[in-house]
Design a binder for this molecule. Structure first.
Ligand SMILES: *Cc1c(COP(=O)(O)O)cnc(C)c1O
Length: 419
């Protein structure tokens, strides 16, 4: 199901040559495949066929582009948002407010009000005080906010430490052993309807065991809460399923995930919620970049490309691996470093990697860039904000324009006292 493949020796996204997009839009540019998004979305849904009542909310932070959100809304996905900005995007993309879950450890009062105004489906609370404040705001409006308690099960997700969220020392969720008393106190408040629990232990999980451990623990909590007289109708099992970045990565299939969930949750009698991000979009996008120079290096040559860490931060941020290939591979390979122009030694996409042999002017792609790619882009080094293109069959559309440094500069201002 790879929609980025060589046709006549040249890499295409679906039926569009990447070189054509590069020529018309310029580089660097993210290119997404409509069919790939759809395929991953449907595979995830199919995997959950064995699971009872459930609802899938796409984790917007993985790829918040409006066109992508619309595409997934058309597939029946809701949204998991972590800011007022993401909430605005979800609504603008046509996702019904009732299908929106608001996660995150630092929601502001303003964002809580925005979410109440929108009428979202569920607030995932990260601490007791947040619930108290939400209940006050909602009660003053004569409303009851639907809420779940996000618990931290103290499970090691076995993923990179910077994308782990379910260990006791992480900032996320509240300690699961304190959940019953906190739930109890919050459930007594007017202005809040405590209806469930939520868990999300981390991202890019390549094994199901940590997830199963966390879900089993949540099942015990569910029984405890019910024994204490609470009505629990919703359990949010979060996201985190990993994807293949390196050749040889074998992530759990959606079927295997669904089988595990169905087994663990068989007797729960709740509506389950899922918040997949990466698994829906990572392999639906590539970053296309032009080779500027091949610079001799002390150990290996440096392939200097026009994309940089400001366009794709994952490598600098958490040592991520992106497969790299030429858009028109000639067959020859060489061992090289691949780096961007940004003035930071961490602006390196690959070191000592065997890749297609390239020269200045060639195009290359960094694969698996559809999740946590463009969304993390910045304008560091006063570089433009990277554009995004969505392909469908033999057509494409620029779904996010390149924002030039001059446009960003226009929002800045020199105070009078310096004039
Ligand atoms: C980031 C995040 C997700 C999505 O994680 P993926 O690994 O991309 O599936 C889901 N839920 C919450 C609360 C998150 O913070």
């Amino acid at each position: 199901m790879d929609h980025f493949s060589l046709i006549g020796g040249e890499m295409h996204a679906e039926n569009v040559p990447l070189a054509r997009i590069a020529a018309e839009v310029g580089t660097p540019v993210y290119v997404y495949s409509t069919e790939a998004f759809r395929g991953f979305a449907r595979a995830f849904r199919d995997g959950l066929k064995q699971v009872g009542r459930h609802h899938v909310a796409f984790a917007v932070k993985a790829n918040p582009n409006l066109a992508v959100l619309r595409l997934l809304a058309n597939e029946g996905f809701g949204a998991d948002v972590v800011s007022g900005g993401e909430l605005s995007r979800a609504i603008a993309a046509g996702i019904p407010a009732k299908d929106v879950v608001f996660s995150g450890v630092g929601k502001t009062r303003k964002e809580l009000v925005q979410a109440l105004d929108a009428g979202i489906g569920q607030f995932n609370l990260e601490l007791e005080e947040e619930g108290v404040v939400l209940a006050q705001i909602a009660a003053a409006r004569g409303e009851r906010a639907p809420a779940a308690l996000r618990v931290n099960p103290d499970v090691d997700a076995g993923t990179h430490e910077k994308i782990s969220t379910g260990k006791a020392e992480n900032k996320f969720g509240l300690p699961i052993d304190q959940a019953p008393e906190i739930f109890d106190r919050l459930a007594k408040l007017d202005g809040i309807e405590m209806r469930g629990v939520a868990v999300h232990i981390g991202s890019q999980l390549l094994g199901l065991e940590p997830l199963e451990k966390a879900f089993v623990r949540v099942g015990q909590l569910l029984a405890e809460l019910r024994a204490a007289g609470h009505t629990i109708t919703h359990v949010d099992l979060g996201g985190g399923l990993g994807v293949a970045y390196r050749p040889g990565d074998v992530p759990p299939t959606p079927e295997a995930f669904g089988e595990m969930v169905a087994r663990v949750t068989r007797d729960w009698d709740v509506e389950l919620m899922f918040e997949p991000g990466r698994v829906i979009c990572a392999n639906a996008g590539v970053l296309v970049t032009e080779v500027l120079w091949v610079k001799p290096g002390a150990v290996n040559p440096w392939v200097i490309v026009d994309a940089a860490m400001n366009d794709l931060a994952r490598v600098a941020l958490y040592d991520a691996y992106h497969d790299i290939g030429a858009v028109r591979p000639g067959g020859a390979k060489f061992v090289a470093n691949v780096a961007g122009p940004v003035c930071e030694s961490s602006d390196v996409f690959a070191k000592g990697r065997e890749i297609d042999q390239v020269v200045g002017g060639d195009l290359i792609v960094l694969r698996s860039a559809g999740a946590y790619g463009a969304t993390m882009a910045s304008t560091y080094n006063s570089r433009p904000l990277v554009p995004e293109v969505l392909v469908s069959g033999d057509r494409f559309d620029v779904v996010a324009q390149r924002i030039p440094a001059e446009v960003i500069m226009a929002e800045e201002h020199v105070p009078d006292w310096l004039k």
